[in-house]
Design a protein around this ligand. Structure first.
Ligand SMILES: NC(=O)c1ccc[n+]([C@@H]2O[C@H](COP(=O)([O-])OP(=O)(O)OC[C@H]3O[C@@H](n4cnc5c(N)ncnc54)[C@H](OP(=O)(O)O)[C@@H]3O)[C@@H](O)[C@H]2O)c1
Length: 311
């Protein structure tokens, strides 16, 4: 797609370009008009991009995971969502079924027996799996010196161990025997550490390193694995933080080079790219979806807010 900054200049370019035939020029203008006039450009991909593909989205009942599940459905995949809260999961399944074929299975990614039941569900309903998105996760803000063992282990268990358990099981049951599979891990902006959430920083760094390892170990099985690192994304997860922290995020918005938070669609688009054949030669990498926040943002904001609670 041509993304000329000036519509008139672009049209002049087209009309003076004698080498181009009329059809080519018209198709370029259509693309360019789409870019300028369709602020609601909804999907980067064709509706059949994931036709005949089965995608599992953990934490697919809410926020970022819900949008990822919805976009897979809109692009032709059959989707399985899982999370712990069965009632909310069922509600999400019902809503998502408007967009395509979706099923759900309650599963705590930390529990072996839950994962076994999920594997069985996928085998019974679909017989195979093509894509795993490890999106489920959670953490809480805390100064490192006050994180007790229980809190530390809870976050490491969820965000690192749970992700590994899901990845290993889906690989052993589906991807390795099939010799085909794609995994996308949702991590976070850990580029310069994660002051105020040391536990999740450590867990996500673990997932990122695991991703680099598996990209190499599992290339022989034709399994690709990558990470998406969201910055501050306006989603259900963000709303769970205390008001003072949300206020701090709001104030910090100006410091994000692109001057805005991300939305769930920004993240989903990156996941779509990393799990479709357009990224066939990309494995072991992290895409930051954060408006360049990881390069410039003051990471100590969260710590400063928490210190102010303690005065
Ligand atoms: N929003 C942001 O700014 C942001 C930034 C960076 C990274 N992230 C990460 O992106 C992911 C999605 O975030 P979100 O904003 O969409 O938050 P969210 O709405 O809270 O989504 C988290 C999802 O994970 C599920 N989940 C949590 N623990 C689970 C477990 N042990 N087993 C199975 N499911 C579990 C939750 O469902 P149940 O409660 O039903 O289990 C929920 O659906 C999370 O990993 C989050 O940490 C978010």
């Amino acid at each position: 797609m041509i993304t000329c900054s000036n519509n008139i200049v672009f049209r002049q370019f087209c009309s003076f370009s004698v080498k181009m035939n009329k059809a080519k020029i018209e198709s370029l203008i259509v693309c360019q008009d789409l870019y300028y006039n369709n602020k609601e450009l909804k999907n980067m991909f064709a509706k059949n991009t994931f036709e005949n593909k089965i995608a599992l989205v953990t934490g697919g009942r809410s926020g970022i995971g819900y949008q990822i599940a919805k976009d897979y459905l809109l692009m032709g995949a059959k989707v399985v969502i899982c999370s712990r809260k069965e009632d909310l999961l069922k509600k999400a399944e019902e809503e998502l079924s408007e967009f395509g074929s979706v099923t759900s299975q309650s599963c705590d990614i930390r529990k072996e027996e839950d994962i076994s039941a999920l594997v069985q569900h996928i085998k019974d309903v679909h017989g195979s799996l093509d894509i795993l998105v490890n999106n489920a996760g959670g953490q809480f803000p805390a100064l490192a010196e006050y994180i007790n063992n229980k809190g530390w282990n809870a976050v490491i268990n969820n965000n690192l161990n749970g992700t590994f358990f899901m990845t290993r099981e889906m690989a052993n049951h589906f991807f390795i025997p099939q010799k085909n599979g794609t995994i996308v891990n949702i991590i976070a902006d850990i580029f310069r550490g994660f002051p105020g959430m040391a536990h999740t920083g450590a867990a996500r760094a673990g997932v990122e390193n695991l991703t680099k390892t598996l990209a190499q170990e599992w290339s022989e099985f034709n399994i690709r694995i990558n990470c998406v690192a969201p910055g501050i994304i306006e989603s259900s997860g963000l709303k769970q933080y205390p008001q003072q922290i949300q206020d701090m995020f709001e104030a910090a918005k100006k410091a994000i080079p692109m001057g805005r938070f991300g939305d769930v669609k920004d993240v989903s688009n990156a996941v779509g790219f990393l799990s479709c054949p357009l990224s066939a030669y990309i494995t072991g990498v992290t895409i930051y979806v954060d408006g360049a926040q990881h390069l410039s943002y003051d990471k100590m904001g969260l710590v400063n807010v928490m210190k102010s609670f303690m005065k």
